[in-house]
Design a protein around this ligand. Structure first.
Ligand SMILES: N[C@H](CCC[C@H](N)C(=O)O)C(=O)O
Length: 283
């Protein structure tokens, strides 16, 4: 199987052009290729496919093999892939995802995609659509007990579930002692991604993320969007912020008139490779 290793701010995936390659069992393949010792090493697997309703389709799988509805860093890399590898010559592309069709603007440098702006759509705040168990209208700064400690979370879906927690110090946070308990907390019927955020100023947020199905990653595009929305809802930030992640910065703008969240950031190709999957995926 031919693949391309790409990342958005260090949130790295194995990309497969399924217009040419066939992936029989994406869940099992995602688990194997993601393994940083026995596989290729990545936060998951992203399949690029044809679409009947958009220019292309993106299927995204986490390192544990579970399928995610949307991937912000991933979709920027899909846009870079389809342009740089000649599948399209358009600099505005539409990509079908399980979270709906997303529209992207591609910005070039030396003839290749350097930066991508994504219309990530509207944030979803209704608990039933996050999903999270609650009889409230919205969960904003809502107390929750996680592994014996009370946190205050704001729940936002960007097509995938996010619990955003504001705190004084994210650098010193022992995320592996908290993240997994949020991820698997019984109130989240489909588990959750969790963002731990320090407000630097009203236009700058510092964020770490424990991802559903991939543990801590260096960046999370949907998580950065959820974080920006949560910060505005909590009166902590303006509509346009820089989200500082371990892997770098994302620009997020929540257009309140349109109720659309825009994310702008880089996409990077590292290398092309080929792997004989049969040898590794036998029972
Ligand atoms: N890293 C991705 C999010 C992956 C979310 C995935 N962990 C899920 O199950 O929702 C991003 O840049 O948006």
């Amino acid at each position: 199987m031919k693949f391309t290793k790409m990342n958005g701010l260090g949130n790295d995936y194995v990309y497969v052009n399924c217009l040419k390659e066939k992936v029989e069992d994406p869940n099992k393949t995602a688990i194997f290729v993601s393994n940083r010792n026995f596989g290729i090493g990545s936060d998951g697997l992203i399949l690029i496919k044809e679409s009947d309703v958009a220019d292309f389709k993106m299927d995204m799988y986490n390192a544990d093999g579970s399928q995610g509805e949307m991937c912000g860093n991933g979709i920027r890399c899909v846009a870079k892939y389809v342009y740089d590898y000649g599948l399209t010559d358009k600099t505005t592309v539409s990509i079908e995802t399980l979270a709906g069709i997303k529209y992207l603007d591609l910005y070039l440098k030396d003839g290749k995609v350097d930066t991508v702006k994504v219309n990530m759509g509207a944030p979803e705040l209704r608990p039933a659509f996050i999903p999270v168990v609650s009889d409230k209208e919205q969960l904003i700064n809502e107390p929750i007990e996680v592994n014996g400690t009370i946190y205050h979370m704001t729940c936002v879906s960007m097509g995938n579930p996010h619990a955003v927690v504001f705190m004084e110090d994210v650098k010193g946070l022992e995320i592996e002692k908290t993240g997994p308990y949020f991820e698997k907390h019984q109130v989240f019927q489909k588990r959750t991604n969790t963002e731990f955020v320090k407000v630097i100023d009203r236009n700058t947020l510092e964020m770490r993320v424990w991802e559903r199905g991939s543990d801590e990653t260096l960046a999370c595009g949907t998580g950065a969007c959820a974080t920006a929305v949560a910060a505005v809802l909590n009166g902590l930030a303006e509509d346009e912020v820089t989200v500082k992640l371990l892997g770098g910065d994302l620009k997020i703008f929540w257009d309140r008139k349109e109720n659309k969240v825009y994310m702008t950031g880089p996409a990077t190709t590292v290398f092309d490779g080929e792997i004989d999957l049969e040898k590794f995926l036998v029972e």
